[in-house]
Write a protein that binds this ligand. Structure first.
Ligand code: G3P
Ligand code: MG
Length: 245
């Protein structure tokens, strides 16, 4: 049986400041088999890993990601807000994460394109170029709440998997996924039932629900037949997966 993917949400974000190299490294140390991250673009076109469009919450800067150069962004402390022990952590580039993960065989990277509020023209092309440059297309799933962006990704790079992010109880989302050429349903975890994973599998579509931190909900989803789970606690999920296999 294929093992369920243990995907660390923004890295091991329960233990480290989200979307930092510390969080990504810790996720690997805890046994995650995948890493989820959020990508946006600086004013000078660099791909950076940060969840919010604003720098406020995680660095204290009142500026927006889109208005700051990479050099300016690299001055900011992205760790202290979480815990002073992480002072000096920086906002990483996509390249830094791919270079880290490259040395860990078989680890998947789920790159979420954060292009719902700021559209970042050219984001899809830039992300795909970087993934191809690193030769990591087979290890990547691109996801987004912006499904037009996923269609564009599939047109630009048919070889890279895509995952549809959504929160609602969509009707037969596997039909929609098949129509737009997506490979996975990145559903809010309440929007997953066992009969749906079975029907999705008939279309060769898998479920990777998010963000699942409670053990009971992890168990329910494993029994429902999901292919992977996105969690802030890869250690918790890892133990469950080991016990079940
Ligand atoms: O990709 C799953 C999850 O990260 C989507 O929501 O807001 O945590 O990026 P968000
Ligand atoms: Mg995300």
């Amino acid at each position: 049986m294929k093992s369920v993917l243990n995907i660390a949400h923004r890295g091991a974000s329960a233990y480290c400041p989200e979307n930092t190299m510390a969080a990504f490294q810790h996720a690997l140390d805890l046994g995650a088999t995948g890493i989820e991250t959020d990508v946006q673009m600086t004013s000078d076109g660099h791909l950076v890993l940060i969840h919010d469009e604003s720098l406020q919450r995680t660095t204290g800067s009142s500026k927006l990601v889109k208005d700051v150069t990479l050099d300016e962004m690299k001055q900011l402390d992205a760790g202290s807000w979480f815990d002073p022990a992480f002072a000096g952590e920086r906002i990483p580039t996509l390249r830094e994460l791919l270079e880290l993960v490259k040395t860990h065989e078989g680890i998947l990277i789920n790159i979420e394109l954060k292009n719902g509020v700021v559209l970042y023209p050219g984001l899809e092309e830039a992300v795909i170029e970087e993934v191809r440059f690193q030769g990591m297309g087979e290890r990547v799933i691109l996801s987004s709440f912006n499904h037009y962006s996923l269609v564009l990704c599939k047109q630009l790079a048919p070889e890279i998997r895509t995952g549809i992010l959504y929160m609602e109880g969509l009707y037969e989302p596997w039909e929609y996924a098949a129509r737009i050429g997506a490979n996975a349903l990145h559903a809010y975890h309440y929007a997953v039932l066992p009969e749906w994973t079975t029907q999705a599998a008939e279309r060769d579509i898998v479920y990777h629900p998010w963000t699942v931190n409670e053990l009971d909900e992890m168990k329910r989803l494993l029994e429902a037949g999901v292919a992977g789970i996105i969690t802030d606690y890869p250690d918790r999920l890892g133990e469950l997966i080991t016990r079940k296999s």
